[in-house]
Design a protein around this ligand. Structure first.
Ligand code: ZN
Length: 311
């Protein structure tokens, strides 16, 4: 058995990344990409979103992608579900973990899903009950989006973020993480909010989902790490870009995040060279789509030896 890594890198490119590009990646390329990520040592992947295909044609093959991903040994296969209906389809396809986005910004929640935050907590409860009835081993995560600010509302009160995360756990979520959906977060704020989240939820405090819109993605991940966070969302090649800042990546770039941790002696379980090789099926499946990342551009430093953690 390989040693347990110090941190878990949760790859969100096949869902979060693909959802924000216009082109649709062919299913065969998606499967090759997921295989390459797994071969590099990635052990949690958000592979799809269970939404109506007419809204998101990129995700029309969600069930097929899940059925393939669950054959990869040791991989936790996660899917985003916006509601109970999506959760039912994801559970039927065989996912190991559901993630449900719940917006901390009252304005964003209404604009995005036409529901109040309280109504979304009830949706978390409905999904949790469904999961308990038909697939009790499946984990449920509530991802608190716009936790660090919102393009519609601006400031999102920290008390409301922590309140909402606690409500989601009380409604049945196994964990609640915080997402910097629009790239407003700074390290001081990240420390403050994750400290409060961990004080409130203990080991039910979940992942940090940071964006690199203003160049602070890695700094924010490190700040979260120093507050005890051990699961980090990231996207290979920073796929998806940022709709609010042309030319900037949206999600934290997986390659750069893994380099930061490994260079610091914090093991990820991921082989950096093989991770960078996993770009090939991504680029092949989405010709012309920009990919980001400083480490893949610059290459690994001379003499860089990855810790004993790699696969
Ligand atoms: Zn994201």
């Amino acid at each position: 058995m390989p040693p347990i890594p110090d941190v878990l890198i949760s790859e969100v490119g096949p869902r979060d990344g693909l959802q924000s590009v216009k082109a649709t990646m062919p299913t065969a390329d998606k499967l090759r990409w997921i295989d390459a990520l797994h071969a590099a040592g990635v052990r949690e992947i958000e592979v799809a979103s269970f939404v109506p295909a007419r809204l998101l044609p990129q995700m029309a093959d969600a069930a097929e992608v899940v059925r393939h991903a669950i054959t990869l040994p040791g991989l936790t296969v996660m899917a985003l579900v916006p509601n109970r209906k999506g959760a039912q389809a994801a559970l039927e396809a065989g996912v190991h973990k559901l993630t449900m986005p719940v917006s901390a910004s009252a304005a964003h929640s209404l604009a995005n899903v036409r529901k109040t935050r309280e109504e979304m907590v009830e949706e978390v409860r409905a999904i949790s009950d469904l999961r308990r009835d038909i697939a009790p081993h499946v984990k449920l995560e509530a991802g608190i989006s716009t936790a660090f600010g919102c393009t519609l509302q601006g400031l999102v009160p920290e008390d409301e973020v922590i309140w909402l995360a606690a409500q989601c756990v009380a409604a049945g979520a196994d964990e609640s993480g915080l997402s910097d959906t629009v790239g407003y977060a700074n390290p001081a704020q990240v420390r403050r909010l994750f400290k409060r989240l961990r004080a409130e939820l203990g080991d039910k405090a979940g992942a940090a989902h940071m964006h690199n819109t203003r160049g602070l993605g890695l700094a924010n991940c490190l700040a979260a790490y120093e507050e005890g966070v051990r699961t980090f969302d990231a996207s290979l090649g920073g796929l998806g870009g940022c709709p609010y800042a042309p030319g900037a990546s949206g999600n934290v770039v997986t390659e750069d995040l893994v380099f930061m941790f490994e260079a610091s002696g914090i093991s990820t379980g991921i082989d950096l060279q093989r991770l960078m090789d996993a770009r090939a099926p991504l680029v092949a499946g989405l010709p012309g789509e920009p990919v980001y990342g400083m480490t893949p551009e610059a290459g690994l430093p001379k003499g860089f030896v990855q810790g004993a953690s790699h696969v």
